[in-house]
Design a protein around this ligand. Structure first.
Ligand code: NAD
Ligand code: TYD
Length: 363
């Protein structure tokens, strides 16, 4: 960023945030509304099983905030919103996001993640052209490190130049959408940004994912299903740190570039589950089974289970000055405290649909 730009006051922006009722999206909406109250924020979310309007209830009725229940594959709706709201930025989180569900039914992943992203890109491209191709418009595509595939123990971490090698229907559909975004910049000059982030955790995390699933099962005295030998490694990032990274990329990132985001917190699944058990033993007064470690159960492995993910975040650190602020121990403590004090948030999510899903995955 030039000296001149640094001195210029920030112009208010008008954003569509897709998937803003989901886990990371809702954390990002809160972050943005708090940091930039003068910006217009329009959340577009289809409210699938993973979307929850409760995640945004404190923002309802607030000036500059609008919630639209709708599908990112609905071109007419997107065209209308872009125009009537005078949108200059799309922050695109909406997706089918869970690997185990993508193994059970990949079709919805192709529809939302590939066709939905394509629909948004086409609508935004036309809107951008109609408005004279402003170079401060942004299409920010929020993606995952899973597009890079699986690492062996001694492999270097994923960088922005690592070849794509997605292994699950989820990561393949995200890779497809990343390629479309890249092509829209390369071919049409659309001002895009892509971020590929490691595993997030924190408030509003849907119970199907490892950390909330284990935390809730500990509270319910249910078995803790560790896939395979539990030696798979993930690079954990507290969701608030992901939001601050996305903010920095949106403000300072170069259009057309990709940035990797990671926590520098590689942990084996089994070690993470032990950490969670220890925290729960310490913080939860009435556990049905104590110590919680007695609930750990090794179950059959996930088909095609990636062994290790790790992010090299040198580019975002050196070029944009971002680094994570929360260690995995601090983040886990915050997360456990949040889940303990928000039982009314997660209890209703253990619905009939969720129980059916659970039976299929852990059969
Ligand atoms: P999530 O499953 O919690 O939320 C997804 C949201 O998208 C939900 O609110 C859902 O209702 C909405 N949605 C789904 N299909 C839609 C459609 N067709 N139209 C409109 N809205 C729709 O997901 P998340 O974990 O918050 O992930 C958000 C994004 O971040 C995804 O693109 C994901 O690939 C990416 N990501 C996630 C992680 C992670 O650890 N969770 C890590 C890196 C990147
Ligand atoms: P998950 O939270 O589903 O994220 P991702 O598959 O996108 O990395 O899973 C994180 C890790 O935890 C992954 O290695 C799979 C493993 N896992 C289990 O061992 N048991 C479970 O019940 C779940 C949901 C995940």
């Amino acid at each position: 960023m030039s000296f001149d730009q640094e001195l210029r006051p920030r112009q208010p922006r008008k954003l569509i945030i897709t998937g803003g009722a989901g886990f990371i999206g809702s954390n990002f909406v809160h972050h943005w509304c708090q940091q930039y109250p003068g910006d217009r924020v329009v959340v577009l979310d289809a409210l699938t099983y993973a979307g929850n309007r409760k995640n945004l209830e404190d923002l309802e009725g607030r000036a500059n905030f609008r919630f639209v229940a709708g599908d990112i594959c609905d071109r007419a709706l997107i065209d209308r919103l872009l125009k009537e709201e005078g949108i200059d930025t799309i922050a695109h989180f909406a997706a089918e996001s869970h690997v185990d569900r993508s193994i059970l039914g990949p079709g919805e992943f192709v529809r939302t993640n590939v066709v939905g992203t394509f629909t948004l890109l086409e609508a935004f491209r036309h809107h951008w052209i109609e408005n004279g191709r402003p170079n401060d418009y942004r299409f920010h595509h929020v993606s995952t490190d899973e597009v890079y595939g699986s690492l062996e123990p001694d492999d270097p971490a994923f960088s922005e130049t690592t070849s794509y090698a997605p292994n699950s229907p989820y990561s393949a559909s995200k890779a497809g959408s990343d390629h479309l975004v890249r092509a829209y910049h390369h071919t049409y000059g659309l001002p895009t940004l892509i971020t590929n982030c490691s595993n997030n955790y924190g408030p509003y995390h849907f119970p199907e994912k490892l950390i909330p699933l284990m935390g809730i099962n500990i509270l319910l005295g249910k078995p803790l299903p560790v896939y395979g030998d539990g030696q798979n490694i993930r690079d954990w990032l507290y969701v608030g740190d992901h939001c601050s990274a996305l903010d920095v990329v949106l403000h300072k990132g170069t259009a057309g570039e990709t940035y990797n985001i990671g926590g520098n917190n590689e942990v084996k699944n089994i070690d993470l589950v032990h950490k969670l058990c220890e925290l729960m033993n310490e913080l939860a007064p009435d556990l049905p089974v104590r110590p919680a470690q007695n609930l750990i159960t090794f179950v059959k492995d996930r088909p095609g289970h990636d062994r290790r993910y790790a992010i090299d975040a040198t580019k975002i650190r050196t070029e944009l000055g971002w680094s994570p602020s929360v260690t995995v121990d601090q983040g886990l403590q915050r997360t456990v405290e949040w889940f303990l004090s928000h039982q009314d948030w997660w209890q209703p999510l253990l619905s009939k649909e969720y129980q059916e899903y659970y039976r299929k995955v852990y059969a």
